[in-house]
Design a protein around this ligand. Sequence first.
Ligand code: R5P
Length: 334
Amino acid sequence: MPDKQSTIGDLPPAILALEPGAAFADRVAAILGAERVPVEERVFEDGEVKVRALAELRARHAVIVQSLDGGKNGAVHDRLCRTLLLAGSLKDAGVARLSCVAPYLAYARKDRRTKPWDPLSLRYVAQMLEAVGVETMMALEVHDLAAFENAFRIPTVPLDTHRLFATRLAPELEQEDVVVVAPDPGGLKRAQLFQELLERELDRPLRRAVADKRRSAGVVTGEQLYGEVEGCRPVIIDDLVSSGGTLARASAALVAAGAKPAIVAVAHGVFSAEARDTLDTADIEKLLVTDSIDPPRLDADALSSLEVVSCAELVAGAIACLESGGSITALSGA
Ligand code: R5P
């Protein structure tokens, strides 16, 4: 863990978060030895809210640790709006530096036009966060790294889960003939980077494969699998699981091609309503997700293959690096 001492005065950064979800921020704050500053969230009769920090933070480095998922109610815009209000109020209260850490960043997938007149939603989210004074934006395992970095004008800090998952999985993969799998062509670069790290962990070359997938108007097609997988243990790597359809299709294609049931490592457990049933019947031996979405949208005991690996230490380490100027790259996969 890098030096945790603040460069702004002698105090560590002040951590702030909204409910529900402050438990994750508490874990991060505890690792940093920092305080989580309480936040008042008051709802008025017309549905408007007031959000304010309940402490003097003038001249401090304020870090909002807030996943921008919709929670169990799908209230993603409510959480985004409250985060914007909190950020603006902190800036107006005179903080010296304002950082936002969104382990799960809403709209990260909507980073380009796929139909005429489509919105570039990620860019608009970036503009809103910048407009209220956020100066550094950190996010975990974004859908597309280049799109994330280009959507923001302020400095961005992308974190990946490669080291987290490679360290967790390496011991049980020692005796396996491993093939690292991208569940769709868009995930090939992620799979390549994860493969390279896992090869270093296991000290041997591994195979790589990719499943085909095309999505149009919500309909997914594409059955092909590219790569040699027969007799191998597939490790599928992806940014998120929502309906579970992508993972179910990829794992079925792998088993049909002679592979063993897959081990899956996915950063964000978005888990839409049908996910549990889809994943329960899929050819998946183990499904690792992080606690980037917390409270979880699917309880670990609802799905026997599910295991949660905390990313709190990774996030805390990255915040400490922001403070000390240490290398964030070394924390993740590069
Ligand atoms: C898409 O490109 C993403 O990387 C994920 O593969 C996708 O969003 C997962 O969604 P679902 O679980 O609904 O198939």
